[in-house]
Design a protein around this ligand. Sequence first.
Ligand code: NDP
Length: 482
Amino acid sequence: MTATHYIDGGRVASQGTETIAVIDPSDGQRFGEIARGNAADVDAAVRAARKAMGENFDGPWGAMTALERGRLLAKLGAAVMQHHEELAQLEARDTGKALRVARNDATALARYFEYYAGACDKLHGDTLPYERGYTVLTVRMPHGVTGHIIPWNYPMQIAGRSVGASLAAGNACVVKPAEDASLSLLRLAEIATEVGFPAGALNVVTGYGREAGAALCAHRGIDHISFTGSTITGRSVGLAAAERHCPVTLELGGKSPQLVFADADLDAAVPVLLNAIIQNAGQTCSAGSRVLVEQSVYEEVVKRLSECFSAVRSGPPADDLDMGPLINEKQFRQVRDMVATAEANGVKVAARGTVSSNASANGYYQEAVLFRDVPADSELAQREVFGPVLAVMPFADEAEAIRLANGTDFGLVAGVWTRDGGRQLRVANKLHCGQVFINNYGAAGGVELPFGGVKSSGFGREKGFEALLGFTTLKTIAIKHG
Ligand code: NDP
């Protein structure tokens, strides 16, 4: 594997000479390297993207009609499906995720391109009633060149939702994947060229966030930034964007609650509560990391969850158990430290999963941990763990459930489990977050469903048709014709 970026339609050597080791999280061993991109590499990628757009959107990519863009995106979706197993294997090795999850991610990547392929030529402006003698219309224009900072937890899914929508809206893209998860996106850019995307429409610069990522956010040739990651890095990305009045979309994770009322169908709820926290080993921005349970069914829910947690097994991606290892040593230590701190502070562990004997001792394996009676003001109830660690706590009534649910800095997703139709909508309306799922959670991915947060979970919406609006700017044209 040669350490290169993907710029202007081809693999390009880095302008610096340094590389970054690619580590397999399942055994901590190096199995390749990627280029350590710098500001000069970012500049080359932005120039290539600007050339593809053309100064007045008259370049090879900028001049394409919505129909032509849609056809290319459809081809890209089909090509991703042809390379499905290759991409899934690459992602599983690079990130440690169970093969089943990586396969699902590859399918979702294709699905984003399919969805946005069909949406390209449905994105349009309006005509506005105005004064006599005028015709006024609005036109949706692409921003120009968009920057995409992609995290390591779902590289293919997150690139699919942000790059897919941006390309559909007519922008050229420069992507900076996470240093821990760059391989699938380098391959994706190559596939895009193979199916006919013009050079420069989709560029990938690898490297560290603090170097290549920061250079991308500061580059004057970037007209919009889409960022998914931590609140703290999101803040610095937002500040860099504000310095030059660049629009930005921030998706910054959460501490998402699931509210279980006494009338809930527990047979349906419990497997979903479990999956919402162990999926991708808990490294999911919308993980259901808090479960709030009405007092009268609290012990029953804790008992059922404990049985489930005890059965959760972690192991190498190829064994396709419930969970793979965590992404890297830093994340592994963070999760272990948070679990140890909670235990030292007297929070009770109700159950733990196991790590398979097949797992290397050098891998970053964290067993699933279920904590019960978690105090609402504790670190475990307030901070994102980003690991397979669930905090369960009781509530007395609907008012307390809503207060607890809204009682963190975050507001990304929530789940409500009740058979009472009035309560379903009453509670959904009072939850401060971007998505509410009633008697389900995550809606099986939901490519079509707008997604994003409030408060420290960020702002702007990705996924669905709504994302296309964010990747455009509206121009009003007023014609006076008498
Ligand atoms: P970061 O927010 O630091 O990383 C997310 C992305 O931002 C990566 O691509 C990273 O690149 C890049 N980045 C880092 N610094 C900068 C910068 N100054 N300018 C531009 N881009 C930058 O998250 P971490 O990987 O450090 O994970 C820490 C915590 O963040 C996790 O424990 C979790 O709580 C949260 N997180 C949330 C995610 C979500 O989906 N909402 C996803 C990932 C993490 P690089 O990795 O190369 O440094």
